[in-house]
Write a protein that binds this ligand. Structure first.
Ligand SMILES: NC(=O)c1ccc[n+]([C@@H]2O[C@H](COP(=O)([O-])OP(=O)(O)OC[C@H]3O[C@@H](n4cnc5c(N)ncnc54)[C@H](O)[C@@H]3O)[C@@H](O)[C@H]2O)c1
Length: 420
């Protein structure tokens, strides 16, 4: 199957068949006014993609740090100009620790995009949902069990007129959406086991002149468990999410090993994990990850079934071998090495159109009034990763029930008012 054939099925994520109902206050194709919270690497990438691929228009920006806000303003003023749109009104530029409250209070915004570090997602989600606006929230939905439970309560307060997305764009990548249809309709027979990996290079230090220790920590949030959730929850989560989706379940228990064997820079995140997740019916996901050095980049899943097996990588052949052979024929990485890692989540090859198609589906859900709410699904995946993390940290098996009863809570350990 290639992209054109898949799109003709009408079920690709970006092309869901939508009823021609027009939502309250939106005309189809009218601009959805987007306010970006967190003008960093991923936030800028996603808001740029919204601007280029949908009718959404970036009209407001917020960030705790003025320098990040200024960079965002320059970028989006240039982008808006190139698209024949107005520059951002200076009344809609907010910085400081309360910038998120000012952003969500604005009457001139329809959609809040939350692209702050993971520790803040649930707090920011709560404020954005309470404002009645639509929300696009980056993964993970919470860094600890307490935040995950709080997010489930927030999910209940989402109005039927609000659409809330969580940033699992891999599900929307056309090759992955296509093979998922095959797997979910039984092309592998009974699935017996799964293996998965996420091998990525080390993340880079972010320096800023005169930064205090707290500011350094906030800018290098990726290195700290409390701020990021550790590599399993922050980064590897994309692969665990695909596994949950393809198996239609979350893991029931996990055992894990790992540690910090190579990294010597500041922070307390592990640099490698080996996790055995047990899903219903005794299906095991054997998962391994690293985040150090530059080993090349390799992320994906292989599912083994009674009548076939499927490979679902970020890069390389997306295919099924066995009784019902199938292959995605577009944009496979046929070069000599793996694709480059993209810290902004904007990968080439199989994920090339993941952001575009996810954002189109989301904006369609807003403009047609067919709202959806992905918070609970996002929490389920975040908790699945926390299960593996807890098993690793505690050095023994952890069940889903024990995880939920654990009361795990991470502390920020700094007063954000110092950045006012
Ligand atoms: N879906 C994906 O593939 C993908 C890829 C990369 C990152 N991400 C996620 O996107 C989020 C942002 O990651 P990034 O790489 O852009 O990080 P980043 O550090 O480049 O950007 C984060 C921004 O948030 C700002 N910020 C920090 N705390 C804030 C607060 N309390 N209030 C307001 N602004 C605050 C920072 O100043 C910075 O500009 C993370 O949750 C990360 O897990 C997702």
């Amino acid at each position: 199957m290639n992209r054109r054939e898949f799109l003709q099925t009408g079920t690709a994520c970006g092309l869901l068949l939508l009823k021609p109902r027009t939502a309250f206050s939106y005309q189809a194709n009218s601009a959805v006014r987007l306010g970006l919270l967190g003008c960093g690497n991923r936030g800028t990438t996603v808001a740029t993609s919204f601007s280029n691929s949908t009718t959404a228009q970036v009209v407001a920006l917020a960030d705790i740090f003025p320098d990040k806000l200024a960079l965002g303003r320059t970028h989006f003023d240039q982008l808006n100009a190139s698209l024949g749109r107005q520059p951002i009104d200076s009344k809609l530029l907010f910085h400081g620790p309360h910038a998120f409250e000012q952003l969500v209070a604005s009457k001139d915004i329809d959609l809040i995009q939350i692209s702050t570090p993971p520790f803040f997602h649930v707090q920011h989600l709560e404020a954005a949902v309470a404002s009645g606006k639509h929300v696009y929230c980056e993964k993970p939905v919470g860094v600890d069990v307490k935040q995950a439970k709080q997010a489930l309560e927030i999910a209940k307060r989402v109005k039927s007129t609000q659409s809330v997305d969580v940033g699992f764009q891999c599900r929307s990548a056309p090759p992955i959406a296509a093979i998922a249809q095959k797997i979910q309709s039984g092309a592998l027979g009974k699935i017996g086991s799964v293996s998965g990996s996420y091998y990525a290079p080390a993340s880079q230090e972010k320096t800023h002149p005169g930064a205090s220790p707290d500011e350094y920590r906030l800018r290098n949030w990726l290195w700290y468990r409390a701020l990021s959730g550790d590599i399993l929850v922050e980064q590897n989560i994309h692969i665990i999410d695909l596994c949950n989706w393809l198996l239609g379940a979350h893991p029931l228990k996990a055992t894990a090993t790992g540690g910090r064997n190579i990294l010597t820079h500041a922070g307390d995140c592990w640099d490698n994990y080996q996790v055995d997740f047990t899903y219903p019916a005794g299906v095991h996901l054997s998962f391994a990850s690293t985040q150090f050095g530059d080993p090349g980049f390799n992320a994906g899943l292989t599912l083994f079934g009674a009548t076939g097996s499927a490979t679902v990588p970020y890069s390389g052949p997306v295919q099924i071998v066995g009784a019902q052979p199938w292959a995605w024929q577009d944009s496979m990485n046929t070069g000599p090495g793996p694709v480059k890692f993209a810290a902004n989540g904007s990968f080439s090859d199989n994920l090339e159109f993941a952001d575009r198609d996810k954002e189109r589906t989301f904006i369609d859900s807003i403009t047609t009034g067919q709202s959806h709410n992905q918070i609970a699904a996002g929490v389920e995946t975040a908790l699945s990763c926390m299960l593996g993390r807890m098993a690793g940290y505690e050095g023994h098996e952890v069940t889903w029930e024990k995880l939920l009863a654990h009361g795990e809570t991470y502390e920020l350990g700094m007063n954000l008012d110092q950045f006012a």
